[in-house]
Design a protein around this ligand. Structure first.
Ligand code: 13P
Length: 208
């Protein structure tokens, strides 16, 4: 089997999303860049039944090998549009999806929204799952950011490594959770633009 370590890493990532409550059943998908395209979790296969042999290959041009996730198009288009990214994680994690159902971004009510590279976790407009329209909406929203919410759908998080993409998906879920808690208790205070400029500047030097 080609790319066996990468296939195993994708299955393990998918299992971790299930174990951590970020996905249920087969809702959600994970991809990893290879030289000629990407490896991606299969469509409609739950984590318990998924093995490395089920991972599909989607070339940057041409037909897929296997039964790729129905969301293969946005994974491919994002990896083509953003050469700095290696991995893409898509979940329907509950708190982030709840905010996306309100069609709201996650604002800078917590400075950590800067982890995705901007002053909020933005919201991509609604389009039917699996479509080129959804892919275009995600690519436009993530042109300079590493995560977004999808209206009435879920979350996309990406990164320079699979571990970074996974951690970002977890962080977006946590940010959505505390934002939802704050909304339930009152009116969250959003940090001003100039403070978020300072935070983004701090992030440029952080952990590198
Ligand atoms: P797949 O099982 O085809 O990956 O689709 C699940 C999903 O998340 C659709 O948005």
């Amino acid at each position: 089997m080609d790319h066996e370590p990468e296939r195993i890493a994708l299955v393990e990532a998918y299992r971790a999303l299930l174990a951590e409550g970020l996905i249920v059943g087969s809702a959600g998908n994970v991809s990893l860049r290879i030289a000629s395209g990407l490896l991606i979790t299969p469509s409609a296969v739950p984590a318990a039944r998924m093995g490395p042999q089920d991972i599909a290959t989607v070339p940057f041009d041409g037909a897929a090998d296997g039964k790729p996730s129905s969301e293969w198009r946005f994974h491919r288009d994002l990896l083509v549009a953003r050469p700095d990214l290696t991995a893409v994680v898509h979940t329907h994690s509950p708190n982030a999806t709840a905010i996306a159902m309100l069609r709201r971004p996650i604002p800078a009510a917590h400075y950590m929204v800067a982890i995705a590279g901007g002053k909020e976790i933005p919201l991509a407009p609604y389009a039917t799952f699996g479509t080129a329209e959804l892919s275009a909406a995600i690519c436009a929203t993530m042109a300079r950011l590493d995560a977004c919410l999808l209206a009435n759908h879920g979350v996309v998080a990406a990164g320079a490594t699979l571990a970074k993409a996974m951690d970002l998906a977890r962080e977006v879920e946590l940010l959505a959770k505390v934002y939802r808690m704050a909304l339930a208790a009152g009116e969250p205070v959003v940090l001003p633009d100039d403070e978020m400029d300072r935070v983004l500047e701090q992030f440029r030097g952080y952990g590198r």
